[in-house]
Ligand binder design. Sequence first.
Ligand SMILES: *Cc1c(COP(=O)(O)O)cnc(C)c1O
Length: 398
Amino acid sequence: MTTDFAATRAQFLLPEGIIYLDGNSLGPLPRAAAARVASCVTEEWGKMLIRGWNAAGWMDQPSRLGTRIGRLIGAEPGSVVLGDTLSIKVYQALASALDMVPGRRVILSDTGNFPSDLYMAEGLCRTLGPDYRLVTVAPEEVAGAITEEVAVLMLTEVDYRTGRKHDMAALTAAAHAKGALAIWDLAHSAGALPVDLAGAGADFAVGCTYKYLNSGPGGPAFIYVAPRHQDAARPALSGWLGHAEPFAFDLHYRPGTGVERMRVGTPPILQLAALEASLDIWDQVDMAALRTRSIALCDAFIAGVEASCPDLALASPRNAAERGSQVSFRHAQGYAIMQALIAEGVIGDFRAPDILRFGFTPLYTSDADVSQAVAILSQIMASGSWDRPEFHARAKVT
Ligand SMILES: *Cc1c(COP(=O)(O)O)cnc(C)c1O
């Protein structure tokens, strides 16, 4: 399978005059998505009304699209299902995994993890009782911190700030060697690089679709459960759509078969229609080719910025093998510099306290985008034009 990245780029609506380097936070609009969502609204919802659940196949969308995402993350067919938000799926995977390791009370994670994942773990520990605790260590100390006390190793494969990538296969094996389970958050992996969940032996994985998978703001999350666990995992959030027979309306919960039991409530059909349009593009993509292209784009950006912006310090691993598909630089005035860049049409984002973050998404990032972004950034740094009052004003979302 070869991938024509000029052809995939043509399938996105990219506003004129914008260089978009933030698809790691919110993917752009696939051209076909507007019509696909409009047709879901007028032809399905509008004309079929409630019959759409059967006639338009709405009820099976979470598993059907889950299996298409599964190809991108090395999941066995039928082991991924969509729904809810990523924070909720983190909680569900954690609660299910803890339940499968009786007698152990420790969740191990790292200090580079995304705060919501850590908050969900803290909240779950409080609910379960005083014996449960979340332990966090520096990312490079994770392997050494996996003891026989650890019930669950919960990590985000690619660090949202620096892009540093964990070795999923090695850490999963280390967790298993100590009798712990491993949960992987693929928020910055799914659609960013090849992932091999089955090959790594991951127990659970979760991720979102609005970043590299381009489902639009508020698009649902996904959860993976390894086939060997699917009939043992107790869905902590036991909603009616994860029941064996939702329309039997039993008074007691009986989990459904396979990963379907991780469903909770009514799926977001309009958002899934947008995701479907994006997956039509993803279906054409070879993940090895994506990785090669991603590394070329990231390496070119690093080389360009380092050659022309001596005040910016690389915050991402220099070695591409240790990185996801994003590049970050540190600067004490990173917020203002990013606002100046955005004003010039180069959209990246800022992560406190000092990270300028740039996502490289081969589906639509071109070589010209990289060289123009470098040129504009170096001009802003050389002229000091970022130091205007309007660039220091903080908005709600950074
Ligand atoms: C983006 C991201 C989230 C966001 O969670 P939502 O519930 O979708 O808002 C959570 N965890 C990680 C690691 C992320 O990168």
